[in-house]
Design a protein around this ligand. Structure first.
Ligand code: TYD
Length: 211
């Protein structure tokens, strides 16, 4: 597997359950790095390129049973491939910092663990079609009882995965925690102490990893 670090740029991903605060924290980190003079591309999945944003619409809205877990793996991977070709790889080659709100770990946990026992399929397709990992992955740990009460996805008409229920969100949380324990590139961030404390823990993790 080719680490993103072989390019000139740096590749950082945010991961976590629905409503764990990834979009806020990825924006705060981008702002802080820009204030230090860095060039940052802030992006997201599913999406992050025009083609991948079109695929996103198919995935996040509609009936929870609309796609099987297998079909979802193919759609998320297709979107990721376009995102990689059009947005991530060019920015890394320019020596920039790429921050993405979700990447391959979301497929590993949502489709590989929580929806179905398909981790091997996810990994095989990842090796074939994507083949890169972030230099640093910040996994935001949050209590599903708290995040579901916010119902943010529903409010945007993008609640397909939230509609899978509390037990699903709990399985996701366990999956992300297991990943954080297994992978050296991952750092688990506690979000229960509030937004500012989480932002500070993230900044420390970034400084430790990149100096
Ligand atoms: P996102 O926009 O990050 O939603 P949220 O802000 O609620 O976290 O992601 C949309 C949904 O897609 C989210 O429920 C997680 C899901 N998803 C997967 O199931 N697999 C994947 O590979 C990705 C990238 C997202």
């Amino acid at each position: 597997m080719r680490p993103a670090g072989m390019s000139a740029g740096r590749f950082i991903s945010f991961e976590g359950i629905d409503g764990s605060g990834k979009s806020t924290q990825s924006r705060l980190l981008a702002e802080r790095l820009r204030a230090e003079g860095e060039t940052v591309v802030l992006t997201r999945e599913p999406g992050g390129s025009p083609g991948a944003e079109e695929i996103r619409a198919l995935l996040v809205s509609g009936d929870p049973g609309r796609w099987s877990a297998e079909t979802e793996i193919l759609l998320f991977t297709a979107a990721r491939r376009d995102h990689l070709e059009r947005t991530i790889r060019p920015a890394l080659d320019r020596g920039e910092i790429v921050i993405t709100d979700r990447f391959a770990d979301s497929t590993r946990v949502y489709q590989g663990v929580a929806r179905a026992d398909l981790r091997e399929t996810v990994d095989a397709l990842h090796d074939l079609m994507i083949g890169i990992e972030p230099d640093l992955t910040l996994i935001l740990d949050a209590d599903p009882e708290r995040t579901m009460a916010r119902g943010k996805g529903h409010a945007r008409g993008e609640g397909r995965f939230e509609a899978m229920g509390l037990a699903f969100q709990q399985a996701l949380r366990a999956g992300f925690r297991a990943l954080a324990a297994d992978e050296l590139r991952c750092v688990l961030i506690d979000t229960n102490a509030g937004k500012e404390a989480a932002a500070e823990a993230i900044w420390q993790a970034v400084r430790e990893r990149f100096g």
